[in-house]
Design a protein around this ligand. Structure first.
Ligand code: DX5
Ligand code: ZN
Length: 216
């Protein structure tokens, strides 16, 4: 399995103090910072856009993993690249031309990823994965933090891991101490978590337990 990466979702952080929340998560052991970008159209919620990423970039050198829950993901590639995003993760359900979009993202110097919603079959992304830096198997319907983990999504992680032993496979949604082993046993090595990290008494311990589960 490739190296463990823990990516706290800032969606569960204090949006009025995002820079200090990012710094706090890095100090607590985060490898990546997961930024949930929602447009109120692809998902029924609104969050942040490139201007916020640009501002944050003035305060942190951390890897900004941008999860683009947006329609027309082609529209924001250049803005996010200029803002300082490291990885541009678009949804396969949001574009008709995923290969062209991967090339557009790579041309900017960002890493490229594809996310799939719980009801989306893995086949579409299996055919594209060799050109990707990461695949995200959603374990809740995208749009909100604090939902319940869907274990039925794990068969997609297993299929991806079998086909791509070195691929970064991310899971996102409802991950906590009760189900982390289910996700890592299936083959996930990049763990996104909002509620279970930010609401923990010891976020450092939760991050450490997630890392141990991947490395076990
Ligand atoms: C949901 C987002 C997730 C969310 C995870 O649409 O993509 O990143 O913030 O939060 P929890 O861990 O609370 O499910
Ligand atoms: Zn996310």
């Amino acid at each position: 399995m490739p190296a463990a990466k823990i990516a706290p979702s800032l969606l569960s952080g204090d949006f009025a103090n995002l820079a200090s929340e990012c710094e706090r998560m890095v100090e607590l052991g985060a490898d990546y910072l997961h930024m949930d970008v929602m447009d109120g159209h692809f998902v029924p919620n609104l969050t942040i856009g490139a201007p916020v990423i640009k501002s944050l970039r003035q305060h942190t050198n951390a890897f900004l993993d941008c999860h683009m829950m947006v329609s027309n993901p082609e529209q924001w590639v250049d803005d996010f690249a200029k803002a300082g995003a490291n990885l541009y993760m678009f949804h396969i359900e949001a574009t008709e031309y995923p290969q062209a979009l991967i090339e557009k993202i790579h041309a900017t110097g960002m890493k490229a990823g594809i996310a799939i919603k719980p009801k989306t079959p893995v086949d579409a992304v299996l055919a594209l994965a060799e050109n990707l830096d990461m695949v995200l198997v959603m374990t809740v319907e995208p749009g909100f933090g604090g939902q319940k983990f869907m274990p039925e999504c794990m068969s997609k992680v297993v299929a991806l891991r079998r086909a791509f032993p070195e691929l970064d496979i991310q899971v996102d949604g409802g991950i906590d101490l009760t189900n982390i082993d289910v996700a890592t046993t299936a083959g996930a090595n990049v763990i996104v978590a909002g509620t279970s990290i930010f609401k923990a008494d010891s976020p450092r311990d939760v991050i450490g337990t997630f890392r141990n589960s991947i490395e076990a």
